[in-house]
Design a protein around this ligand. Structure first.
Ligand code: SF4
Ligand code: SF4
Length: 351
């Protein structure tokens, strides 16, 4: 059966409060497993504090041409939350003045925002060192109007980061939908054709792997080798790095865990794999996430759980790096996903 967003299904989990209740109750309430707060307190890492801002991550909308099984955004074609040009203008003011070295545009499919190209053109002028767009690849092949995206990305020296859960059709389509693999391969070829992903090329193309079930990712470096070999041999495709990301137990992945009766086992696995040395490097310590309506969050996951930043500056219009630095980060049990094994962030492992 085709996946639908939790919102479309009118699932209880479409409400972030319900997700937070699940993450706070049961095995965490009865003491079977320690809360994340108690766990990090064991090594004197509570409260978790933000350090200097390095990455500004902007979510320009939850609309997407795909409806992947494990999406933490609960994105899909039915989602109407889209950043307006006015909010983009406010973001641009911040982008011009920020000390952050990385700008990271995400969604949904960010390209579906009607003002996406204008925003990229304006943002690129700010000359931020690393300008990332998280593209789901299939959008490039979804409609003629997107076919020139590789050239557009090249023109603005955008660093493309794309999900690719496996090098085989079966595993990719199972997680991301029928036909996604073939379109993704074609899109990668299109990106390679304009120079992305080649050895020595400044046009950065990285792929993101996330597990297709209730298990943690394997070793990032060895998976990268396997992906490179398979994609080159089977399709002649080149890319730079592979980021291995742990699925966090929120939104559609939480729904999947509960429906498949894997929720408790998965939380046990995350807690067992807890790595105290990953805590200092979780992405919220150097990132601010901006939602489609301009509100500020510690990360994209907290955005989806509607857990706003613990700061007087709550909206992009009130943005103040000095105020945000040193804030206490808002945590819950989903944070175990960032500290399992080698740790996990939008840039892959952290420890
Ligand atoms: S492509 Fe990304 S944003 Fe869209 S449904 Fe899949 S995981 Fe979610
Ligand atoms: S989920 Fe967000 S707040 Fe929690 S540790 Fe990860 S990045 Fe930080």
């Amino acid at each position: 059966m085709k996946t639908q967003s939790l919102h479309k299904r009118e699932s209880q989990l479409a409400n972030s409060k319900r997700q937070l209740e699940i993450l706070s109750n049961g095995i965490f309430q009865n003491g079977e497993l320690p809360t994340f707060k108690d766990k990090i307190a064991e090594t004197n890492q509570f409260p978790l504090k933000a350090k200097k801002l390095e990455i500004l991550q902007i979510n320009v909308g939850y609309m997407c041409n795909q409806v992947c099984e494990h999406c933490h955004v609960d994105a899909g074609p039915d989602r109407q939350e889209i950043m307006t040009k006015e909010t983009m203008q406010q973001c641009l003011e911040v982008i011009k003045n920020t000390g952050a070295h990385t700008l990271d545009l995400t969604g949904g499919a960010p390209e579906m925002n009607p003002n996406f190209r204008w925003f990229v053109e304006e943002a690129a002028k700010a000359g931020i060192k690393d300008f990332i767009v998280r593209s789901n690849l299939t959008i490039i092949r979804a409609n003629k109007k997107y076919h020139d995206l590789p050239e557009f990305f090249k023109k603005h020296n955008v660093h493309v980061v794309s999900s690719m859960p496996h090098w085989t059709r079966g595993k990719t389509d199972k997680q991301r939908g029928d036909g996604v693999f073939d379109k993704s391969i074609q899109a990668l070829k299109d990106l390679n054709a304009v120079g992305y992903g080649k050895d020595g090329s400044d046009l950065r193309l990285d792929l993101v792997y996330n597990p297709s079930g209730a298990f943690l990712p394997g070793d990032q470096a060895s998976m990268e080798k396997d992906f490179k070999k398979a994609l080159l041999e089977d399709f002649g495709i080149h890319f730079h790095n592979l980021f291995a990301i742990t699925n966090l137990p929120i939104s559609r992945f939480l729904d999947y865990l509960i429906a498949s009766e894997n929720y408790e086992d998965y939380m046990y696995a995350l807690v067992e794999a807890y790595n105290p040395s990953a805590v200092a490097h979780v992405m919220c310590t150097n990132t601010i996430s901006v939602s489609w309506d301009g509100y500020l969050y510690d990360c994209d996951f907290n955005q989806m759980l509607q857990l706003p930043v613990n700061s007087k500056a709550k909206h992009i219009s009130e943005y103040n790096e000095a105020l945000l630095e040193g804030r206490n980060i808002v945590i819950s049990q989903h944070c175990y996903g960032c500290t399992a094994g080698a740790g996990s962030s939008c840039q892959g492992t952290v420890a």
